[in-house]
Design a protein around this ligand. Structure first.
Ligand SMILES: *Cc1c(COP(=O)(O)O)cnc(C)c1O
Length: 360
């Protein structure tokens, strides 16, 4: 058996070393005589796994002490509702930045609970850029500002953190968390589904400033209330134990790569190489404004869409899997999260050159 380079947008590749360690520990974790999957979440063994994972994440991201880290279920999509339910307080309106498909989903869900002020949108451009910050129509009375630092489908990524003053900034970091250093203190809350850069599906991370907890509206389900989970160390009910454990192994792995500084340099190199391959040929194209090109998700088109099927078939033969683009964008998309080895990107770049030559 040989493993492929999997360019899937999510669930995505995990580091091989992590899967091997999980495999070694599958039947018997640390002499407990059972798999992590079979452990009580309240037992000593799992508690040690859980607290080490949190401590390592705090170290990796330099999370300040006045932030809680929650290990939840329900995916990033559940947060689209939890955010207005928890953070509106006495207010009735919230600001949303629209830079792509995931922004739109967050906006649609928030509209059930509040007046959504779309402060800016790049929809006219087909979501290929981010409108100048100075042009945003921010409301100083908004309960919070929500944005998507990396749009997984469009491949558009912020290269700065918007300064929203006293209005809490909320970020859906599902596809960019842990990919580079980030100043957590600039945010009211950061959340992310795990299945792109953190671990297996089933786990959702919420990193939230403590003063934003405890103001949920009366009708908020207990399971969507951050206070419920903060008061119970994410063990109000059964948390996604195995995903939590695997995320812990991934945090360890990232620390071994030199933390977010180290992994950030590798990610920059990988994405630079891939964009260089696209830009240096008139066979391939990426529509995103240079400055906002994603380090994690790289959509690209071929000279003719008629060649897409052949490209995918021949790529698969080289062990380059899941390159088909999102249906809304077409073409290809290479998701190159932390776990994609540099060798995977090199192999893709080499294949792209060969394919372009053969089909010029
Ligand atoms: C994948 C993704 C989501 C959806 O995550 P789920 O965990 O499937 O709910 C939301 N936002 C972004 C930016 C994503 O990439």
């Amino acid at each position: 058996m040989s493993r492929v380079f999997n360019f899937s947008a999510g669930p995505a590749m995990l580091p091989e070393a992590v899967i091997k360690k999980a495999s070694d520990e599958m039947l018997d974790w640390n002499g407990e005589g059972m798999s992590v999957m079979e452990m009580s979440h309240r037992g000593k063994a799992f508690m040690s796994i859980a607290s080490k994972a949190e401590a390592d994440l705090r170290m990796l991201m330099s999370i300040p002490d006045n932030y809680k880290v929650l290990f939840l279920q329900g995916g990033a999509s559940s947060q689209f509702a939890a955010i207005p339910l928890n953070l509106l307080g006495d207010k009735t309106t919230a600001d949303y930045v629209n830079t792509g498909m995931w922004s739109k989903k967050a906006i649609a869900e928030a509209k059930r609970y509040c007046d959504v002020n779309v402060v800016t949108t790049s929809e006219d451009s087909g979501f290929t850029t981010i409108p100048e910050f100075s042009s945003w129509n921010l409301n100083p009375d908004a309960a919070y500002v929500h944005y998507t630092p990396n749009e997984t489908i469009g491949g558009v990524e912020f290269d700065y953190i918007p300064d929203t003053g006293d209005v809490p900034l909320i970020a859906d970091m599902s596809s960019t968390i842990l990919s580079r250093p980030i100043d957590v203190s600039k945010f009211g809350m950061i959340y992310a589904g795990a299945q792109k850069n953190v671990g297996p599906a089933g786990l959702t991370l919420v990193i939230i400033r403590e003063d934003l907890i405890g103001n949920a509206s009366q009708s908020t389900p207990a399971m969507l209330n951050y206070k419920t989970h903060a008061d119970n160390d994410s063990m109000y009910n059964t948390p996604p134990t195995y995903s939590w454990y695997l995320a812990g192994l991934v945090f360890d792995w990232v620390l071994g790569k030199g933390g977010l500084e180290g992994i950030g340099k590798i990610n920059k190199d990988k994405s630079d190489k891939l964009y260089a391959a696209i830009d240096s040929s008139d066979f391939y194209a990426n529509p995103v404004e240079m400055r906002y090109r994603s380090w994690m998700n790289v959509p690209f088109t071929l000279k003719s869409a008629d060649l897409d099927a052949a490209f995918l078939e021949q790529a698969a033969k080289k062990g380059l899997a899941t390159l088909k683009g999102h249906r809304s964008v077409g073409g290809m998309r290479a998701s190159i999260y932390n776990a994609m080895p540099e060798e995977g990107v090199d192999t893709l770049v080499e294949f792209m050159k060969e394919f372009a030559q053969a089909n010029a």
